[in-house]
Design a protein around this ligand. Sequence first.
Ligand code: ATP
Ligand code: MG
Length: 319
Amino acid sequence: MEDKAFVAIRKVSKLYSNNKLPAVDGIDLSIRQGSFFGLLGPNGAGKTTLLSMICGLLAPTSGSISIGPDSVNNRKIRNNGLLGLVPQELALYPTLTAGENLAFFGAMQGLSSAVLKNRIKACLEITKLDARVNDKVENYSGGLKRRLNLAIGLLHEPKLLVLDEPTVGIDPQSRNLIFASLRQLNNEGMTLIYTTHYMEEAEQLCDDIAIIDSGKIIAKGTLDELLHDNQCQSILFRTNNPLSSALIEKIAALPFITKITSANSKTEILIGNDSSNSNILADVLESIKNTGLDITSLTMGATNLEQLFLQLTGTQLRD
Ligand SMILES: Nc1ncnc2c1ncn2[C@@H]1O[C@H](COP(=O)(O)OP(=O)(O)OP(=O)(O)O)[C@@H](O)[C@H]1O
Ligand SMILES: [Mg+2]
């Protein structure tokens, strides 16, 4: 993940003037050309702040970011069409039609009218908005707006597309369409930086992943590397009767257990990454047996990305 950085983020921090703690705190990341890079983190982790700095919309307090040979601070990089941004907050003019929005943003990108006409057609096709091109955006559903937001980011055929939660609030149909479009663009060579709160999206799409929390990187690698390196395990079991709160507390207090969720008769336990030499399963089973409950089914396995994410970032609510 470190070799051949296309986007090189070096010791980047950002302290907003009215805050005590930095929103981004000494981040080092290398993003390969052609990768589909997932940037994950809880609310307030610093994802949008980092993406804004990658796009040159916000200056780092310290550190540097370059894309290819050029620093992002360099005015050239902001004007050469290398970068496209699909922002977290929809950036659309509601009283204009989709076609008018595309024409406006394309002109802002400096596309000539002949090029723009072709690109509008291509982007409408990629996002399947052709049939709604003459409708005002204020009458669009959430899914149509997200797709138009994406179409605008693609207009100038950027080499690097930065997407900040592009699938918030949309139905599975629009989501699948966006996934298919992004995979296609990535296969054609576009580098993508993708932020989402949906872990299964990152599992399906991203070949490299970084998890950030409180402005710092807490894990990075491919999905396999993340799951393997952290060696997280889960135990999922059902009992003939629900676990009492005293038993849940007792199990939670056993060593290496990082999380226990128990509802009705179904219980899931996440086990920490430094537990390889201890027999947690035996300890858990022992505590259950002593209460007279019967286990009716049990699976033990590696964790998925969501479990790993919770394990690494904890369950405390964020802002
Ligand atoms: N303009 C700003 N001025 C001051 N503080 C800010 C500003 N923008 C963001 N922050 C703070 O910086 C931290 C990181 O915010 P940021 O929006 O980058 O997080 P995020 O990971 O994108 O969160 P979310 O998942 O909710 O979009 C938060 O504590 C946030 O309150
Ligand atoms: Mg954000």
